[in-house]
Ligand binder design. Sequence first.
Ligand code: GTP
Ligand code: MG
Length: 724
Amino acid sequence: MFCKDTEYISILEKIKKIRPLISGYSIQLPQIVVIGDQSSGKSSVLESLTGIKFPVNSGICTKCPIIVNCKNDKQIKKNCFTINGKGVEIENLTDKILEIQDKNLITNKSNYNSSDDEVEKKLFIYSSDDEIEVKKKKNTNRNRYANSSDDEVYKKITHSSDDEIEVKKKKITNRNRYANSSDDKVYKKITHSSDDEIEVKKKKITNRNRYANSSDDKVKVEKKKISDEPIYIEVVGIEQVDLIVIDLPGLIHNGEGKIEVKNLINKYINNDRTLILVCTHGDADEETQEALEITKDMKHRRLQILTKFDAFSSKDNCYKAIELLKSQENDVLGCHAVICRYEGGLDYDATIEMQKFEEYEIHKFKNIGLSNLKNRLPPLFSDLINKELPFIIKELSTNIVKEKEELKKIGENKSDPSKILIEYTKLFEDEVVIDEYVTPLLENYANNIRKIKESITKDYVINKYKSNIFKPIFFQGQNIFNEYIYDIVINKWKPVYEDTYNLIYNYYTKISYKEKNNNFSKELVNYIEKSWKRDIEKYLTTLNNECNKLLDETSIFGTMNHYLTAKYQEFLEIPDETKKKFINGITEDMLYKKDYQGKILKDSNSRPIIANLEDIQHRLLELLNKTLEERETEYLNESLQDQQIERIFCMVQAVIDVEFKSVCDGFLKKFRNVNLYRTKWINELSSIPDINKYAIEDKSIDVKRNHIKDKIKRYEEAYEIIDN
Ligand SMILES: Nc1nc2c(ncn2[C@@H]2O[C@H](COP(=O)(O)OP(=O)(O)OP(=O)(O)O)[C@@H](O)[C@H]2O)c(=O)[nH]1
Ligand SMILES: [Mg+2]
């Protein structure tokens, strides 16, 4: 549906205003782009449409996007032009385009690239209506103000105060002076820019000036074939139709810049809110047109323009082109024929164009000629806008919410050291990760230490024992005892301990939040991590020394104590086997009285009579003596050597039993304490020497904060403009 003229013009005006506000961000705006092969006549079509003198030539001519805002104004008889915010006379326009295009192509422009095109954005914003207004009035009322200065004119039009005019003058005419002027304050006042922004702008402008006069500065200038950086042109006049059209470089089939051009074109046409004008030479074979090929899925928003309709290489080709026009005459997006430069001549001539179409007998078609094209485009563009506007408004409001959330995350204002440290400690809240890592590690440690204890066998003693006739039996094999203890503690337990310690060490000393959060200054993160590394290394080294000392002491049997001696003796004197035999020897009949033959006595009711305590005690003593005698006999039957082997083995087991407690449970406790140490360390973070010096926000955060704030401001402004 084609909306009413005034409504359309007002929406177009809004889009024009918000474009520079949101350019470079993700929201896309309705636009018309012109694409096609190199020299297919794109710029000529646009020139005929807008009156803008585009650089037209053979070879690559358009080398960067040229965004043209066309605005109809019945009051302005002669077109008024601004380029990147500056007014320009028509006769200088082509040179100006070429000059800016040339600058855009310089590759080594640090801080001056298309992705962060703040300067251009601003320039475009402040090209604003005021300037055009001034120009307009100057144009039409020149005589009236013949004797007035520009300031007076400006004051009259804009009702500005002298101060404001001063500022505006500075802004418009002396922009370059910001590079080295003390006008920062003024500029800040006008643009509400932060210091950082001003810094960036200053740099950009300085660089621009530097590269513009690069021959003086001896800067090596490298030129790109194509630039992404757009040139913004605005044209206002009585002949204008209200449109936003973008001229793009032509597709190159071979040679340098081929890929860059294609990428640039894709960037523009992939915006779903783009009406694509595909220029193809009327004479060209449709099948071979790359521009048609790359837009084949975009037919619903594509209009083919058959250019140079005066120049056909054969009658056949001309006939084919006319047939194509005829077949699509009534289609909304049917192709359209134009002749913008008859026989490659200088300017567009409507009469010549019409004469030619008359020759072809197609002058009555709706899809021929520039004048018809001018009539066809606004409704098409208007439909596109109408369809997309609600979505744009929705995107703007979602983006505002999203950016506000982002701002909340980093904080609306700069944080002080204590707040930063509190924020920082929040990073440790999910240290459950540490428990999850360390728990299995420690369980594994305990298991392995236990397994080693349980694998102690007598075989080791048997295999190593050598009898020595010159030594009393009780002193024989002492070396085996020492060796065995050493073997278990140093060769078996210690490696398990060391493996665990190394894993613990690597884990705790490498805990880092560098990747996780970039909201803190690099200095703070580095300082905290350096301090943690230093402290935990110290702590773990002490722990390691203690554990190693204990292992070393254990290995040389330094733990003789009462507990061990008692354990050993008890084990040797009444071995488990003997105890078991004794217990099994206790039978039920021991509880009853017996006659001299050993038969249980019974009462008149044939129930066994319970023996008295003395009898039971006597019987148990007898049983105990018998069991011990049997054990003694068994033991005596063993060779002295076997008895000694048994003794050594028992001693080893007794020692390891005792040491197991400290090496397993004791060490585990030490390992667990590392975590406690960490918690304590975190709680005392603010007491790390000099920490406050580092607990300052990273500069990039403030830049980011200002960037988000600026984005929100721009989005809100855009929302306000478009929703009203
Ligand atoms: N005969 C004839 N020549 C034309 C017409 N329109 C443009 N030309 C010529 O075609 C050549 C290319 O025109 P441009 O408008 O620069 O083409 P372009 O597609 O913008 O070229 P690039 O920007 O380099 O891709 C120029 O020499 C023009 O004079 C036309 O209607 N008829
Ligand atoms: Mg061109």
